[in-house]
Design a protein around this ligand. Sequence first.
Ligand code: PMP
Length: 360
Amino acid sequence: MSKFLHSKFNSGSGLDPYDTSEELESMNGGYVRLNTNESPFEPSVNAIKAVRSAAGTLNFYSDPDCTKLREKLADLMDVKPSEIVFGNGSDEILNFLFTAFCEHGAVFPDITYSFYKILAKFHGVDFSMIPIDENFKINPEDYKNLNGKTIFIANPNAPTGLFLSLEDVEKIINQNPESLTVIDEAYVDFGGESAKNLIHKYKNLAVVRTFSKSRSMAGARLGWCMTCEENAKDINDIKNTVTPYNINAMTQAAALATLEDEDITQKNIKLIKSVRDNTKNRLREMGFEVTDSSANFLFARHKTVSGEKIFEALKRCRIMIRHFSQPEKIADFNRITVGTAEQMQILLEVLKRVIKNETR
Ligand code: PMP
C-alpha cells in the first residue's frame, strides 16, 4: 500500500474494488464468454461507420452535453432532454447517485448488483440490505420506514433475472416520499416494464438505463438516468464538476447511430428472448432449477451437481459463466449470459457431458 493513500482507505472498510480477474481471463483466454451479460451481436454497421467518422474529430473535445444524442434519446424515451443525464456506463451514473443523494444512507436487496455495496462503502454511505424471500422475490412491504435512505432496486434484478411489477415499484415510491427510489433498468429491454413514465409523476424517482446490453455497446461505456429536472440538474452539476467530458465523441456517434437503427435493436432483443426461453426449457429438462428470467441471462442450479463443479468444468472446456460462492442462499446457482443460438447449443452439449460425468 502506498504511503500516500488517504487514511480513510486504510481501515480495510473503505476500498473494496470490483474484482476484474475473471473478466480479464475470459477476455484473453479464448473463452466462449457467457459471464458478463454483454450482447453477442456486433454494433450495427451504421454505428461502426459513425465511430470511424468521429475518430477523425478526436483533436476536439467531445460535446459535454451530448446535445444530438440527448435530443434523439429524449424523443425515443418520451421524456424531456433536460430530464436526462449521461454517464460513462450506468456504473458512473450510480456513482453520481451515491455521491449526490445518499446522505441519509442507502438500502437495497441482499441479492442484487454487487456494485451498490461497493459504492456505498466507497462513499462511506450507511447501508442496509433487505433480504429477498425464498423465491428470490423483492417484497415492497419490506421497504417501509426507511428514514430518507435512498433505495436501489435493479429491475429486472441481477443475478436472479426476476422483475418487480410496475405496481410494486410504485408502491415503494409512494411508501417512501422522503426517499429517492432508484430503479436500475439495465435489463428492462428483455422483460418487465419500465418505470420511466413515472418520472413525470414522482420527483423521488430516478430510472437508470444502459447501452451495454440490448444496444450492443458495452465497450463504448454509455448509460443514462431519467429523473425530474431538479434532480437531473444536481447530478449534471456533479458530472460537470468531476468529468465534464465523460462521454467521448466516438461513443456519442455510435449511440446516435444505434438509436437511428432501433429496428435492429428490437430484432436482437426478440432473438435473445427466444434463445433465452429455449435454453431455459432445455436446462430444466436436464435437471436444472431455472428462474423465469426477464433479462439476457439465466440463473440456474442443478438438482444434484454443485454450482461450483459446473462452473469449474465449463471453465476447463473454455466456457466462462458466472459463479457466486456467496451468499449461501445462491451458492449453488450460476448466472449464464444468453449468447447466440450456436453458443447456447455448445453450452448445452458440454453441460450434458458435465452432468453425466459428475453424477456417475
Ligand atoms: N446495473 C446492473 C444491474 C448491471 O448488471 C450492470 C452491468 N454489470 C450495470 C448496472 C452497469 O452497466 P454499465 O456500466 O455497463 O452500463
